[in-house]
Design a protein around this ligand. Structure first.
Ligand code: FAD
Length: 476
């Protein structure tokens, strides 16, 4: 695939002037070394990497303010960077500029057990946060597959297996400190549990993909660690029976903690990769958590409900060790998919539809893969109608690469046609920009563009992501 065209790259003079201002402040924390730049222009997608001109590692808010003021003055693009695990070219420096690696702003303040909140730097990763919280009896439930940074998770509106019970990143931000494009500092909300005071600036920043400002600290909502957890692994004869069972479980009103789907192709891939002794077949992993009696009653109800869908096998697990063995099937899904074809590339794409249309969407995606001769195991957060295809392909094979693009286009257009969204959790980056108008309409896109223009009039914040001037017809 071709490298994206830079429409208006930062002028060399402007860049040199900005770097000249930043170097004395940042010293070795400002790098123009090619390997460092390469690493920061690449995410987990198949999209071509575009390295920034330099990488800065700020350690505090004052440094972020100074960097943004400098880049704003000289009109140099700024691309915030967490851990680079996003999936739609989010961190590619399409117009050059300076990448802001936020990993060194990684302080965690003691949790407030009474408020069930914790304030963290944007560079803290979700696993580090949970390790820190362990003794407090609280945990942070949002769990994308990768050990992503909190700043990146907020900026992509991430979610994961726990979203069906606890919600997404959109439900876990109490308040943010953000530095806007010109260096202005904004606190998006108070620490109150709810507020009706004005526009909701939290939600504006959540999912903004670094296009509206840089998140420099976040107060997050936490939850008590459940007393007991039980997990079931249930294999079905078809995707339709597995998904219908998931819909029945959700419809029963049981507060399931997690409900994940792995299609037969994915299960076979995991079995070949991880040798867990899994039965073939479209599979659900269902988990309940809470007090021990309630959990065991709920699990009995779930296995009874599942019996109506003629499952091939049902395995339940209570101990941490046994539950971890079941979850390994889900955690290894991405690596198992890539291992299906050594040397091939994997694309983790996502799509989200109303739960009632999920079976149809999954079946159509499988038919597309068969028509186009592509291998793409499917797994997903089925309780939310959100599913992933991990497309395994050879990027040097032009026909395959074209077929992958056709598959992704059909997936996005079908999600919209079924009343869903082109992305439930990965975001837009520049990979899905071309479908955004189909989902939101031109009026929706213009509204987003007006917000972008108001907060970042010089278009220096991660330009070319989510929305670009060329995506809109001219105003009257
Ligand atoms: C194997 C695998 C599994 C995955 N599973 C899931 C999943 O289940 N659910 C899910 O939601 N995602 C998933 N992802 C995608 C990815 O992990 C998420 O999108 C994650 O939230 C990205 O975080 P990051 O720290 O890597 O951000 P980055 O990739 O570094 O950045 C993402 C975006 O956020 C912006 N950004 C980063 N930090 C800041 C900041 N401080 N201020 C402003 N903007 C900022 C960047 O400019 C960029 O636009 C998966 C990825 C992989 C590779």
């Amino acid at each position: 695939m071709d490298r994206p065209q830079a429409l208006e790259t930062a002028s060399r003079d402007a860049l040199a002037a900005a770097l000249g201002m930043l170097a004395p402040l940042l010293g070795e924390r400002l790098s123009t070394a090619m390997p460092v730049r390469d690493q920061h222009g690449q995410d987990a997608s198949y999209l071509p990497a575009v390295p920034p001109d330099a990488v800065a590692y700020p350690v505090d808010v004052d440094e972020v303010v100074f960097i943004l003021k400098t880049c704003h003055t000289h009109r140099v693009p700024v691309i915030p960077f967490g851990t680079g695990t996003s999936c739609e070219g989010h961190v590619a420096a399409l117009h050059g500029g300076i990448c802001l690696d936020m990993s060194r702003m990684n302080a965690i303040e003691p949790a407030s057990v009474a408020d069930m909140t914790c304030r963290v730097g944007p560079g803290v990763t979700r696993k580090t946060l949970n390790a820190w919280l362990r003794d407090s009896g609280l945990f942070f439930p949002v769990d994308p597959g990768a050990d992503a940074s909190i700043g990146g998770m907020i900026s992509t509106r991430a979610s994961g297996t726990n979203a069906v019970r606890y919600g997404t990143m959109a439900d876990h931000v109490v308040s943010l400190d953000v530095v806007l494009a010109d260096g202005t500092q904004v606190r998006t909300a108070s620490l109150a549990r709810k507020s009706a005071a004005g526009y909701n600036l939290n939600q504006l920043m959540i999912g903004a993909e670094g296009t509206l400002g840089v998140i420099v600290s976040a107060t997050l909502r936490l939850h008590p660690i459940p007393e007991a957890v039980e997990t079931a692994l249930i294999a079905f004869p078809s995707s339709a029976t597995a998904i219908d069972c998931a819909i029945a479980i959700m419809g029963s009103g049981l507060p399931v903690a997690r409900i994940e789907y792995l299609d037969d192709v994915q299960i076979r891939a995991v079995e070949s990769y991880s040798k867990l002794g899994l039965s073939a077949g479209d599979t659900l992993i269902v988990e309940c958590s809470g007090d021990p009696d309630t959990v065991s009653r709920q699990m009995a109800w779930i296995t009874e409900l599942a019996a109506d869908f003629a499952p091939r096998t049902v395995t339940t697990a209570q101990s941490l060790e046994d539950r971890n063995r079941i979850w390994q099937a889900r955690h290894d899904a991405w690596w198992a998919a890539i291992a299906l074809r050594p040397g091939a590339k994997g694309i983790p794409t996502d799509s989200c539809v109303p739960v009632s249309r999920l079976a149809e969407a999954v079946e159509a995606a499988r038919t597309d893969c068969a028509d186009l001769g592509l291998t793409a195991p499917i797994c997903g957060h089925v309780g939310d109608g959100n599913f992933h295809l991990c497309v395994v392909f050879d990027p040097d094979n032009d026909l395959e690469a074209r077929n992958v693009e056709t598959l992704l286009e059909r997936l996005s257009r079908r999600a919209i046609a079924l009343g869903g969204t082109i992305t439930g959790e990965h975001g837009i980056g520049y990979g899905k920009r071309s479908y955004l108008a189909e989902e939101h309409g031109i009026a929706g896109l213009r509204t987003m563009a007006a917000v972008k223009r108001a907060l970042d009039p010089r278009n220096i914040m991660n330009p070319g992501k989510i929305i670009a001037p060329g995506d809109l017809p001219p105003f009257d």
